[in-house]
Write a protein that binds this ligand. Structure first.
Ligand SMILES: CC(C)(COP(=O)(O)OP(=O)(O)OC[C@H]1O[C@@H](n2cnc3c(N)ncnc32)[C@H](O)[C@@H]1OP(=O)(O)O)[C@@H](O)C(=O)NCCC(=O)NCCS
Length: 113
């Protein structure tokens, strides 16, 4: 809640429309306020239905159209091909690797055109 008050954005919970069940979360973290980080995770039983892509697209629309942010970053373990695929479907570009969590992570960026 403090993150929302401070930055005007944060993490949303995701509910499946039909059942109302909580199925994950998606949102933006202001580790670097001018370059917030897109994060998401869904319950395993709903993987492969396009929900991460749908949720992330809604968060990006909020970031760029409502909040007028210039760019959003995402960081992915190289073996996490499902997450990389989500980002590529959303037109993120790979910008090399960064060292985080004692590992080399792929850094993806989407700039507001
Ligand atoms: C990554 C994650 C969010 C994806 O959620 P999802 O709702 O299944 O994602 P989507 O259905 O929107 O898209 C997944 C895409 O990856 C593809 N994919 C899934 N597993 C894959 C694999 N092992 N290899 C290659 N592609 C794969 C799917 O086919 C789909 O692409 P397509 O639409 O072209 O067919 C989900 O797996 C998850 O919560 N993982 C654990 C948390 C996590 O890794 N979060 C991200 C941290 S960076």
């Amino acid at each position: 809640m403090e993150h929302w008050v401070t930055h005007g954005f944060g993490i949303w919970m995701l509910r499946e429309t039909r059942s109302g069940s909580l199925v994950g979360h998606c949102g933006l973290l202001a580790n670097e306020p001018s370059d917030p980080e897109l994060v998401y995770a869904l319950c395993r039983q709903v993987w492969g239905r396009g929900l991460a892509t749908e949720a992330a697209a809604a968060v990006l629309a909020y970031a760029f159209d409502t909040h007028n942010l210039a760019q959003v970053s995402a960081y992915v373990f190289p073996r996490n091909t499902a997450s990389s695929r989500v980002l590529r479907k959303l037109d993120f570009h790979a910008e090399g690797q960064v060292r985080r969590f004692q590992a080399h992570l792929d850094h993806f960026v989407l700039r507001h055109e």
